[in-house]
Every structure is written in structure tokens, then in C-alpha cells.
Write a protein that binds this ligand. Structure first.
Ligand code: NDP
Length: 294
């Protein structure tokens, strides 16, 4: 069998287009652009790339991007004051503080300071709680992107066996909550799971969010399973001195067993920023006191 490729790049482009249309409607109706503030502390090169990319895509979608680049030695108090100021600023609809933060700053304290209704990353405990009890809130971008790809591929997810590998607050746990809300039978696996291959073999849907290159093998999969690979791992390439990106799933092997699979790169990765833009637009409509136009 040769698995169908789930093209996250194409899906994300379509989502960005839809967001762009609604962002234009927001501006026409409300009289300002929807606004996303991104705060970066320090000079971590990967974070700088992400922040640049977020800013560029925000502007391309017809929204306003506000970037705050603070030095690595910014105090926790100063960062919290910046977040408070953004909370109070009416032209800012969404606030994102790029993680990781320098060691001297308490990440949880910073996330807790973001107003839940501007928390477009969905990391605030209020939004985690809303997701858990089924109230509208903001859902972390990566798992929400995975859910969109799954629904696009499979239609209804009800009754399916889903195994999520990984239990982080930003991917694994919210992914499990989303699948449960879709009436899947959900298992969350982690580093202490006994006989992980046997657990994964039950799954109609596998979401791998582990951070271990090509860990999930072809013989762990039920034939025809839908595989969503969240992992982004940089490994040595065949050519000396070069590197390449691989997921948490052995893509070549898994493609012979799975029904459908996301590639790395080009699968889940492009969805994350597209969903961030979508969440920002939802925040903007809500903050303007208007429902999101369909
Ligand atoms: P974390 O390191 O926070 O969590 C990893 C999870 O995997 C933990 O729950 C851990 O278990 C589990 N785990 C580790 N080793 C094993 C193992 N041998 N068997 C089973 N479970 C294991 O990672 P994240 O959730 O933040 O990210 C996961 C991956 O997704 C990374 O590769 C990351 O780069 C990628 N990612 C991609 C994004 C995108 O935009 N596409 C966005 C975010 C992340 P335990 O809890 O027991 O330690």
C-alpha cells in the first residue's frame, strides 16, 4: 500500500486565504486592521526565524503586526509590564510571547499575565480549562492544525481509535482533548507507556508529538491508519556537513502501511502559523464585540 500524502502546505495556504478574506471584512466593518503582537526576548536564532515568519504572514493576511524585540537581560517585571500594556491596548487583538524565554524569567507567570481573550496561542490555564470543559476559547495552534487536517481527510472522527504520543501542554494534551471532543476513543502515550508499539497498533489515527527522529516504525501501524507527524527533528544528512528535517515517524516505512500521512517538512509545520492567524482573527471579531463572519 502507498499512503496518500496529507498536504499541510496546501491546506495552510487555503486557510491563510480564507483568513485574508475575513481580515479584509473585519477592517471594512470595524475601521482598523486586526492586530497581532509578538514579543521576543533575546536572540535565539530559531525564535528569530519564527517571529519574522509570523510577522510576514500576519501582514500578508491583511492584519497588523506589532513586534517587540527585547534584550536577553530584560527583567521579568519589565516583560510582565509589556504584556500588561498590550492587554490594555485596544488595537492589539492577539498577544504571543515567543517561547522559550531566558532562564531568569518564569514562563508560566508570563503566560498567566496574558489576557485570556488575547491569548491566541491558547496556553493560558483559562483557555486550557475552556478546552477541557468544552467552552469556546483559544486552542493551541499546532494541535488545532492537526485536527483540521484530520477532519479534512476523514470527515467525521467519531468512534475512531486515536493514539496521541506525547503529553506536552502545547501539543499532546490539547490534541487529546480535541480528539475526545470529536468523540474519538483517545489514548495518550508517553515515555512511561508500556509496549508503545502495541498501543499504537490499535489506532485508526496516530498523532506523534515526541521529538524523537523516526521513532514510530511501519510495523507499529494498523494498515490504513491516518498518521499525523508533529515532530520536527534536525538530523545529519547523507552529504557530510549537511542536515535535514525528519519527523517522529519513519516516513518511508510508514508510507507502505498507513492510509494517509503528513510529510515532514510540509505537513503539520505550515499549519501552525496559519492557525495562529485564524485565532487572531477570531480574537479580533470577539474583541470588537461582533461574531466571526462565516
Ligand atoms: P515535549 O518535549 O514537550 O514533549 C514530548 C513528549 O513525548 C513527552 O510527553 C514525552 O513523555 C514523550 N516522549 C519522549 N520520549 C518518548 C518515548 N521514547 N516514547 C514515548 N513518548 C515519549 O515536546 P513538544 O510536545 O513540545 O513537541 C514534540 C515534537 O513536536 C517536537 O519534535 C517539536 O519540535 C515538534 N513541534 C512541532 C510543532 C510544529 O509547528 N509542527 C510545534 C510544536 C512542537 P513524558 O511526558 O513522559 O516525558
Amino acid at each position: 500500500m502507498s499512503a496518500a500524502l496529507i498536504d499541510g502546505k496546501a491546506f495552510a495556504a487555503g486557510l491563510r486565504d480564507r483568513v485574508g478574506t475575513l481580515a479584509a471584512r473585519f477592517e471594512a466593518q470595524v475601521g482598523r486592521k486586526a492586530g497581532l503582537a509578538v514579543v521576543l526576548v533575546g536572540e535565539d536564532p530559531a525564535s528569530q526565524v519564527y517571529v519574522r515568519s509570523k510577522g510576514k504572514q500576519t501582514v500578508e493576511a491583511g492584519m497588523a503586526s506589532f513586534e517587540y524585540k527585547l534584550p536577553a537581560d530584560t527583567s521579568e517585571a519589565d516583560l510582565l509590564a509589556r504584556v500588561e500594556a498590550l492587554n490594555a491596548d485596544p488595537v492589539i487583538d492577539g498577544i504571543l510571547v515567543q517561547l522559550p524565554l531566558p532562564d531568569h524569567i518564569d514562563e508560566q507567570k508570563v503566560i498567566a499575565t496574558i489576557a485570556p481573550d488575547k491569548d491566541v496561542d491558547g496556553f493560558h490555564v483559562v483557555n486550557a480549562g475552556r478546552l477541557a470543559v468544552g467552552q469556546p476559547g483559544f486552542v493551541p495552534c499546532t494541535p488545532l492544525g492537526c485536527l483540521m487536517l484530520l477532519k479534512d481527510r476523514l470527515g467525521t472522527l467519531a468512534g475512531r481509535e486515536a493514539v496521541v504520543i506525547g503529553r506536552s501542554n502545547i501539543v499532546g494534551k490539547p490534541m487529546a482533548q480535541l480528539l475526545l471532543a470529536e468523540s474519538c476513543t483517545v489514548t495518550v502515550a508517553h515515555s512511561r507507556t508500556a509496549d508503545l508499539p502495541a498501543v499504537v497498533r490499535r489506532a485508526d489515527i496516530v498523532v506523534a508529538a515526541v521529538g524523537r527522529p523516526e521513532m514510530v516504525k511501519a510495523d507499529w501501524l494498523k494498515p490504513g491508519a491516518t498518521v499525523i507527524d508533529v515532530g520536527i527533528n534536525r538530523v545529519a544528512a547523507a552529504e557530510p556537513g549537511k542536515t535535514r528535517l525528519v519527523g517522529d515517524v519513519d516516513f518511508t516505512g510508514a508510507s507502505t502501511v498507513a492510509g494517509a500521512i503528513t510529510p515532514v517538512p510540509g505537513g503539520v509545520g505550515p499549519m501552525t502559523i496559519a492557525v495562529l492567524l485564524r485565532n487572531t482573527l477570531v480574537a479580533a471579531w470577539r474583541n470588537a464585540g461582533q461574531p466571526l463572519a462565516p
